[in-house]
Design a protein around this ligand. Structure first.
Ligand SMILES: O=C(O)CCC(=O)C(=O)O
Ligand SMILES: [Fe+2]
Length: 202
């Protein structure tokens, strides 16, 4: 049993989502946030898209900028992050038989005031996306900073759905079934940083 990964798996099996508060250490959070900022200052980020919409339409839906993390150009800290994700994938495959084969991750930077409206992560009809993973890189995040992840949990038996609110606290990892849980990023009053990705089948 892996004490870091097991609670995430148990959460996914029981509730459709799992949370681990110390997936990254405070030092790892700081190192990755600083590399995110360096890459952002170097002009490597692009406005995130949602398909073939116009930019104005897209900004009304999501306001983050992203940069895909490429193994070939990864810094040692980024490589260490991907390595831990790889170990998690292996663990999921041993315990859940989801048949995960690949993963893809990007940095996301939400400038103050931006958000991502309610959506499902398989919107591009990429049904290979099985699990969505988000890891937050925010040091000293306060309740009043906003920017929470809202998960919409379908209630069984036609009862009304439940909204679950999760703060983007540094080091915290959230994982949920991509095709099942609608979710939303609420507006934040300060810059909000994360690494987001998908664990996929072939
Ligand atoms: O950053 C988050 O909390 C969620 C991001 C998200 O939903 C996405 O990138 O698809
Ligand atoms: Fe999403």
């Amino acid at each position: 049993m892996n004490p870091l990964f097991e609670p995430i798996i148990e959460g996914i099996l029981a509730d459709g989502f799992g949370v681990a508060d110390n997936f990254l250490s405070p030092n790892e959070v700081k190192a990755l946030a600083s590399q995110l900022h360096k890459r952002h200052e170097a002009g490597q980020f692009r406005a995130a898209g949602i398909g073939n919409q116009q930019v104005m339409v897209e900004q009304a839906i999501r306001g983050d900028e992203i940069l895909w993390i490429d193994e070939a150009t990864a810094t040692p800290d980024e490589a260490a992050f991907l390595q831990r994700v790889g170990e998690f994938v292996e663990y999921v495959n041993q315990t859940c038989y989801l048949g995960l084969r690949e993963f893809e991750f990007h940095y996301a930077r939400y400038p103050a005031g931006t958000f991502y409206k309610r959506h499902l992560d398989q919107f591009r009809s990429d049904s290979r996306r099985k699990l969505s993973v988000i890891c937050y890189l925010n040091t000293d995040w306060q309740e009043t900073d906003g920017g929470q992840l809202a998960l919409y949990l379908p209630a069984p038996g036609g009862k009304s759905e439940q909204q679950l609110i999760i703060s983007p606290t540094g080091g915290r990892l959230v994982c949920f079934e991509s095709g099942r849980l609608e979710h939303e990023v609420l507006p934040a009053t300060r810059e909000r940083l994360s690494i987001t990705g998908w664990l996929k089948t072939i």
